[in-house]
Structures are given as C-alpha cells and as structure tokens.
Design a protein around this ligand. Sequence first.
Ligand code: FAD
Ligand code: NAP
Length: 497
Amino acid sequence: QVPLKPGRSLMDWIRLTKSGKDLAGLKGRLIEVTEDELAKHNKKEDCWICIRGLVYNVTPYMEYHPGGEDELMKAAGMDGTDLFDQVHRWVNYESMLKECLVGRIALKPVAVPKETSISEKKKQLNGMLPEKKLLGASAKDLTPSYDWFQTDGLITIVLYTKQKDMNTELVIVDCQDKRLRGEIIMNDHSYVLEVDLDHAVEEDFVVNIAEKIGKVEIILKKKDNIHWKMLGQPLESHNTFIKCKNRGLFYRKCKLVSKTEVTHDTKLFRFLLPKSTHLQVPTGQHVYLKQIIAGTEVVKPYTPVLPFLLLDFQETSCHDGANIYLMIKIYSCGLFTQALDHLRIGDYISISNPEGNFKKSQVQALEDLFLLAAGTGFTPMVKVLNFVLTEVSSLRTAKLIFFNKTEDDILWRNQLEQLALRDERFEVQFVLSEPTKDWVGKQGRISSSLLSGFMKRSRKDSKVLICICGPTAFTEQGVQCLKDLGYSQEEMHAFTA
Ligand code: FAD
Ligand code: NAP
C-alpha cells in the first residue's frame, strides 16, 4: 500500500463512480477491443487494462489505487489478469470498475487443435480459456470422482478423493435451497461438485470423512419421501478440479450474534454460519467479508480467532464449528469497519471460504515458536498459539512479542498474562511505540537488536518457527531483521493477504 492523496480514498472513488461522469470515456458505448488497440493505451494519462477478458479504462482510477500508480502501470495496455490475481484476487474489480468498462477483448479466431501444448495455450489471453482445458495430465489423474445413491429418506453423495490425509477442514459444503455445492481442497487444488438438486432437501445435512482412504460422504435428508430420478442439473463449476488460486470465492450469509468490546477500538464479533453450511476455518487462514457500501460491493480479509485463549483444541473444533469469531479494529475513518460496526445483532453479512498459505506441517516437531505481532496482526497468532500448546508435544517454548502503540491498545492482555502464568512454556513480551511515562516495559519499534535480545532458542539448532503479522511495512521490516539475524526462509512465516 502507498499513502493516497487526500480525497482519494475508496469512499471517494465510490462517490466518483456514482457521479454520472463518463469514466470509461466512450459516452456509454461498449466496444470490442483488439489486442493491438489495447496496447496503444499504455500511458498514465490513457491507460487500459484487460482483466479476464474485459477491458477497463483505469486512467481515472490511478490516484485511487491503494497499491499505487506504478503497480497499476505494470499492466498498462496488457492483460493484467495474472498480476491482478497475484496481488488481490479477492478485490471485486467488476463492481469497483464497472463505470470504467470499455468493452470485451476481441478474440482472435484461433483454430485450436485437439491437443494444444501448454505453451501455445499461454499465447492466448489469460482468463479466456475454459479453466478445465488448462489441466495438466498429472492433475487429471488426481481428479476426485463421485457417486450417489438414495434410500427412502436420504440422498448420499460419495466423493472419492484418493487423498490419504483428508480431514474436515478440507471439506466445505453449502446447500442453499436446492443448490448444493461441495468443495474439497487437495493441496493447492480444489475440486467442486455443484448441482441444482432434483428435489428439495432439509437444511441440515451430515458430512462423514474417512480420513485414511480419502472418502467423503454428504448425506442429505429428503424433504419429501419420493424417489429421485437423478441427483440434479450440473451447475457452472460442477465437477471441476482446478488450482485454488483460480477458484472464485464462494460466500454464504452469516448472522451476527454478538459483539463485545476487546479494547477502546477493537471488538470481538461472533458470526453464526447457516445450518446448511459445513465449514471450519483452518489455523492460520483468513476469510473475506463482503458488504454493499454505497451501492458497491466491498470485500476485506479477516482472520478468525477463538472466543478466548487456550481452549482445548479438540473441544473447539468439535463444538464450535458453527461460529466464526473475528477480532476487528474499528477505524474512525475506515470504510469497511465503520459499516461493520453499524451492523446490528441479527443482521447478516457474507463470509467467504477460507484462504491462506499457513500449513500445520510447519509446526510439526517444532521446539521453539516466536510470534511477532503488531496491532491486529495478533489475530492469526491466536489459533497458532492454541494449536501448538495443545497439539505439538515437542514444543519447549512459545514466545509472543506484541507491538502496540499504547497499553490501551494491547489485545487480550489479561488473558495473555494469565496464560503465561498457567503454562510455563509460554511467555509474552509487550513493546510499545507510544507509551506513557509510567510504562516500565520495553519500548520502540521492531529491530534486529530488539529481536535478538528476546528470541532465545531453547537449545542450539532447535527446530524453530517465527510467525510475523502486522501492517505490511512492519512485516517486511521484521522479515528483513530476521534475515539479518541469520534465520532461514523456512524458519519464518509472514501472514499476508
Ligand atoms: P480503510 O478504509 O482501508 O482505512 C483504514 C485506516 O487506514 C483509515 O484510518 C485510513 O484512513 C487508513 N488508510 C487505509 N489505506 C490507506 C492508504 N493507502 N494510505 C493512507 N491511509 C490509508 N483487521 C482486523 O481488524 N482484524 C483481522 O483479523 C484482520 N485480518 C486481516 C487478514 C488479512 C490477510 C489482511 C490482509 C488484513 C486483515 N485485517 C484485519 C485488516 C482488514 O482487512 C482491513 O484492512 C481493516 O479492517 C481496515 O479496513 P477499513 O475499510 O475499515 O479501513
Ligand atoms: P497499529 O496500531 O497502527 O500499529 C501496531 C504497532 O505496529 C505499533 O507499535 C506501530 O508503531 C507498529 N508499526 C506500524 N507500522 C510500522 C512499521 N512500518 N515499522 C515498524 N513498526 C510499525 O496497527 P493496527 O492498526 O492494529 O494494524 C494492524 C495491521 O495488521 C493492519 O494493517 C492489518 O491489515 C494487518 N493484519 C494483517 C493480517 C494478515 O495479513 N494476515 C492479519 C491481521 C492484521 P508506530 O506507532 O510507531 O506506528
């Protein structure tokens, strides 16, 4: 993120898009754009970008882009789909840039032979090919298969994934009205079964997972006791197996059931997943929340926490799967958090499937864990800490170094101090950047010297992991400090979008 000029916030952009100004510059027409034409619009004052086959005139958006003009210019006059996906796949540009739409990219009439090589395919504009065709041979072999059968009252769908370590966090099922969507995460791939069911089913259903053989069963209850001739009509994503990063986000509406104060500006929101959803957010992953603000869809990521520290891990996953707890700082001029704060108990908000690249395998056989958190960068640390303290028997020390401006900003201070008293492996160190004169603890910002003083291994060459999360600049600086201190890439995990 770069600092934006005053009057160039997201809200200002939304206002501009509603002003009736001709932002695309084509007086309301939509045109077909050839690649040659697209290439001509490659300057700051005349900049067109193609995303998934649609061409946008982003010139008026330049100053509003949170990533800065230079970042946007990297895709000037080109297909920016890849670049866009790398940086912010989740931003709903369709809604944000709809007033800038110039038209569709003109497809060259290419005669595609039956077996095109990947390199030939890449020559075509990204995002224009049906995703299924991009599957490599190896991915095809791993594609799960499914089958279904029925009894008088039940419909059972069986998915065979051939993946040995299948578990409940890897299976996400939603059944809204007659629309059933089941997603299975298999390493970096996602398999989706999506059908418009033949007949109505009850809201709740059962998901059984045979972890060792990778078999997943979805058992639906028929609403009416009738014989189904077929499972239903396949929907758009049905039976697709693609890279997770190419799968669009799927949302369901969740109810706000409580909101409690954590500090003067941070609240713990508890959202209830619908009965018709099976979803558990894995440790270290985040979800996206979506709201319509001033007529525009706005999406922001948040990292679920636990209702409080140190729950028995098994207990949490069994009994609390239906709730998503989010610890969110409300910014006085924040677009999304202000709208969130105005939600009333009982209101609904859209929450997406989880995402993120933290893997539990990173803490396997771990001996020393260091957590470097700044502000709400504490949120991913909650589940990581809970997981290692309850599940990783090799763990000797877990230390949180928590950076905040003032004492009043420290999240769950009491709980952290209690935990340190209860569990001798855990230690917490608060560091303040704007302390009052009464503060006797550590002060300052993240630096190599500060870290080297705090991060002591339990033994030489112990297996160590350092997690870091906070404002982007904090995280970047922290990673640099750790490199300077001699830690390897494998020994660090930076939480980012
Ligand atoms: P914005 O409208 O974006 O503004 C926030 C504040 O920053 C305002 O004061 C604004 O003036 C200023 N600001 C924003 N952008 C700029 C800019 N480019 N230049 C200058 N000033 C700027 N937050 C949590 O509270 N809890 C979480 O669990 C959490 N998890 C996250 C997980 C991930 C993976 C990521 C990437 C972020 C997470 N965040 C979390 C942050 C969250 O996504 C939002 O960014 C945050 O809530 C602010 O949103 P907002 O729309 O209210 O604020
Ligand atoms: P904050 O209160 O503004 O800052 C917390 C502490 O970090 C302060 O001590 C602050 O020092 C320090 N800090 C800020 N910028 C720094 C920098 N460039 N270098 C060194 N120290 C710096 O933090 P916040 O408002 O809670 O923001 C939390 C951030 O975490 C947000 O940007 C959010 O997006 C991010 N986050 C990311 C994830 C994720 O990626 N998974 C999850 C949760 C939160 P100063 O007072 O000196 O600025």
